[in-house]
Design a protein around this ligand. Structure first.
Ligand SMILES: [Zn+2]
Length: 372
């Protein structure tokens, strides 16, 4: 990878106000592996308010408790699953062992399902999973076939939708003989999960993070995920008058950008506010933005001793729509943060510095799952 690292020391005591809050811990039920290989963008996340495609409020409430306006096709209200940005032909894998209960492969001749060509699997722990918009279903897969976790079940495509992606949905049940859609990212909001009141007040459920979270997994219950908006995210513009600008794009709903400048006082910071001391791998999501800089300077600042590591990323098209690792560091739970500078030392100063989501991947033995 085209990443260079240098170690620098910065006095960042003015950077951040820090807040110390207790962590809550819930029982860990992780069993799902990611239903494809590699790191890909999530286009749309589960709506905890009304996961029924019929949300007239035109708002979506996501797993971390944030509510935002309907930002179709990103974060659209009423979404009952997770959309992964898979190109047509990507191998789709069973997220857990189980028995195939139903497949549909006739979309081209008979487009009756909004799910397109699909596979549904019943798992031994009571959950079901569904894989929609497939180009094809593997020839070995049919109703009654038992599958192991990670087995190839088909290829992603565009059936029943307008752009290629995998709609992955998890069902919990039965409750009163009905299966209800649930969010495999669980609920980490600071207030009760709205799903408790869906579809009937007080008779729903609180979503649990269901990813199995092994070290090799690219989705994990041990991820602390910070968006470029909301809690844990701050922008600063030093002596330069222009503010960081945001617009709707990329992973989730939002991207923040700034024209590069020769100024180390203009920066943004991600601070995971509920954090344990331990080893974390840092991933930044890198959307494609035109005129992006070849020299984005990230500062990984894992501890109070203010020794930060600088990591320089080429943001042009080096990592299009992908998560990019900045390396693994030992973080102090009280002080760790990541900063992205608008200063690039890259003349002319017409290029764009791009900020999107950041994930902190825990490599500690933190089970049971920590909810943020
Ligand atoms: Zn979907």
């Amino acid at each position: 990878m085209n990443i260079k690292r240098t170690s620098i020391v910065l006095l960042f005591s003015i950077l951040l106000p820090f807040f110390f809050q207790p962590q809550s811990v819930s029982a860990f039920n992780g069993f799902l592996r990611q239903p494809f290989s590699g790191l890909e963008r999530i286009n749309a996340i589960f709506d905890h308010q009304y996961p029924n495609y019929n949300d007239y409020a035109h708002e979506i409430t996501i797993f971390n408790g944030e509510t935002t306006a309907d930002l179709s096709p990103y974060y659209y209200a009423g979404h009952s699953g997770t959309d992964f940005n898979l190109n047509t032909g990507t191998e789709v894998l069973a997220a857990y062992e189980g028995n195939v209960t139903e497949i549909y492969t006739d979309w081209a001749q008979n487009p009756v399902s909004g799910c397109g060509n699909f596979v549904r699997i019943q798992h031994p722990n009571g959950y079901k999973t569904q894989y929609c918009h497939l180009r094809d279903v593997d020839g070995s897969i049919g109703a009654g076939v038992s599958v192991s976790a990670g087995r190839l079940i088909g290829h992603s495509g565009i059936s029943g939708t307008t752009g290629p992606h995998l709609h992955f949905e998890v069902f919990l049940g039965p409750l009163f003989n009905v299966y209800y859609s649930t969010d495999p990212f669980g609920w980490t909001g600071s207030y009760p999960d709205p799903l408790i009141n869906w579809p009937t007040t007080g008779q729903g459920h609180q979503a649990q993070c269901l990813w199995r979270s092994l070290p090799q997994d690219t989705l994990s219950c041990n991820d602390t995920w910070l968006q470029d908006a909301g809690a844990g995210f701050t922008t600063n513009h030093g002596t330069y008058s222009a503010e960081w600008g945001g617009y709707v794009y990329g992973n989730g709903s939002h991207v923040t950008t700034h024209i590069n400048i020769d100024d180390y006082l203009t920066y943004i910071t991600w601070n995971p506010q509920y954090f344990r001391t331990g080893a974390y791998e840092i991933f930044v999501f890198q959307p494609v933005v035109s005129d992006a800089t070849a020299s984005a300077h990230y500062l990984v600042c894992p501890d109070y001793n203010v020794s930060c590591t600088e990591v320089v990323l080429d943001q042009r098209v080096a990592y299009p729509e992908k998560w990019v690792s900045l390396g693994t560091y030992h973080f102090s739970g009280q002080w760790g943060f990541i900063t992205l500078l608008a200063g690039t030392h890259e003349s002319p100063y017409t290029k764009v510095v791009v900020a999107d989501d950041i994930k902190f991947r825990s490599y500690g033995t933190f089970l049971p799952c920590v909810t943020k």
